[in-house]
Design a protein around this ligand. Sequence first.
Ligand SMILES: Cc1cc2nc3c(=O)[nH]c(=O)nc-3n(C[C@H](O)[C@H](O)[C@H](O)COP(=O)(O)OP(=O)(O)OC[C@H]3O[C@@H](n4cnc5c(N)ncnc54)[C@H](O)[C@@H]3O)c2cc1C
Length: 138
Amino acid sequence: MKPHYDAIIVGGGHNGLTCGAYLSRAGVKVLVVERRDVIGGAAVTGEIAPGYRSSMASYYQGLLQPKVILDLELQKYGFEVLPAHPTVFALEGGRTFTMWDDPEKFAAEIGRLSNSDGQAYARYRAHMQKIAPFMKQT
Ligand SMILES: Cc1cc2nc3c(=O)[nH]c(=O)nc-3n(C[C@H](O)[C@H](O)[C@H](O)COP(=O)(O)OP(=O)(O)OC[C@H]3O[C@@H](n4cnc5c(N)ncnc54)[C@H](O)[C@@H]3O)c2cc1C
């Protein structure tokens, strides 16, 4: 006999998994299918160089609702938020780009790639701080 499902979710990224978990808890018989041999989508951790494990794409946890973390008891399964700063990006040619918490250090880092962008950073930051409360609400 073929298995029967009430819902089939294509893609085992964190949205598919979250959706599947809520549906399953609501008593819905649900199947999540994932084409890769690992689940998590863009939030997956992988070995970027021998011995070094890191997020393969999405690295900054800001929008995951605390309600979901609590509802799904993620901490019980090892969920932990770690500070991301400073974040270092590998660029071509063996160069790196570091996102510092300290605004002056960060402006200097941007300035290494583009002098004008480095100088504009303080203005950009002030602008973002002004609109951040509005953005948070929306
Ligand atoms: C480079 C990069 C950096 C990012 N950084 C951040 C960040 O720092 N913070 C943040 O909040 N967001 C970030 N994002 C966005 C975030 O990654 C996405 O919003 C999030 O991954 C979406 O989750 P999802 O489950 O909807 O999709 P995905 O994570 O994309 O997962 C989709 C899954 O579906 C599978 N799939 C696709 N097609 C099929 C198929 N036909 N059959 C079976 N399986 C299939 C894929 O293999 C994958 O596992 C970033 C995205 C990228 C690309």
